[in-house]
Write a protein that binds this ligand. Sequence first.
Ligand code: ZN
Ligand code: ZN
Ligand code: ZN
Length: 364
Amino acid sequence: MDTARLDQARAALRRHGVDALLVGPSADLRYLVGYHALPLERLTLLVVPAEGDPLLIVPALEEPRARDSGADQLVTLTSFTETEDPVALVVEHLEAADATARLAVQDRLWTAFTLALQGAIPAAAWVPGSSIMRELRLVKSSQEIRALREVGAAIDAVHAQVPGLLRVGRTEAEVGRDISELILREHDEVNFVIVASGPNGASPHHETGGRRLEQGDAVVVDIGGTRAGYCSDMTRNYVVGEPPGGYAELHRVLEEAQDAAVAAVAPGVAAGVIDRVAREHIADAGYGEYFVHRTGHGIGVEEHEEPWIVEGNDLVLEPGMAFSVEPGIYVPDRYGARIEDIVVVTDDGVERLNLRPREVLVAG
Ligand code: ZN
Ligand code: ZN
Ligand code: ZN
């Protein structure tokens, strides 16, 4: 890693007339300096002034961990002991900690720290860190796209093994544990595993639990992990034995909707249009009321980030933007289905980063 991203962040601060960016443990911190900090009650904070040197403040006991990450090659590292006040270190480093200061705070910094910082610099104006960071993270570099392609192939390889895990009598949780192991073979971390069987499939974010698979179940499997700092996120639908009544037809509509939405992706198209294409197809087939979420979300160092693929978003797609296209149809008390692939906007269209077949696969 080099300081290019920090330089971009400082340029964005200057463009927005913001004096400094304050970043706690988060994807933004990993993105800027490669440090995967633990969110602790002790403050870890990267201070990036628009002018002047960035400073990474860590608790003394975390200093070896911070050094192992290599962040100290990019920024000055300083630590505080159990009896020192880290907020005082922040204020000291900010040259303009006064009434004229505009400070950006990373969106996920814990409230306790944000309030302490605001208390120490009461006259400053505060803006969300995402107002600075979104510009950096929205369009991926060729190196980031390569990482997304690799992690996309990794989750493809996991899904290829899912049919063999879905057998009558096994619980969702048992299947989920097997999938987690498979994810770890191909990734550094498991981010989430959703195994939603039978009627549970009608809940898009079902908590994988104790339900046992039955003959004729449709099963939604939505899984993701992190590999070399970048996330995967992919959903496929399986059936145990014969599909339940109406499911094959519903799934065909979903495949067409997902295909049409992916085909609509191109530079110059508004993000909201991609949602509309998927939604209209599903509504025309009579399932409109069962598609209860947006069509997709951006992905990168975080599994959910901008751009949001949602009605009304007039953000214009540009080459290098990466996001999920994941329409779903959820019939309460019966079953659900969602097809999710990650795509990246290319110079003249779209590239799919997940290449597994999209039709329902028979498991067992
Ligand atoms: Zn989701
Ligand atoms: Zn997703
Ligand atoms: Zn997903």
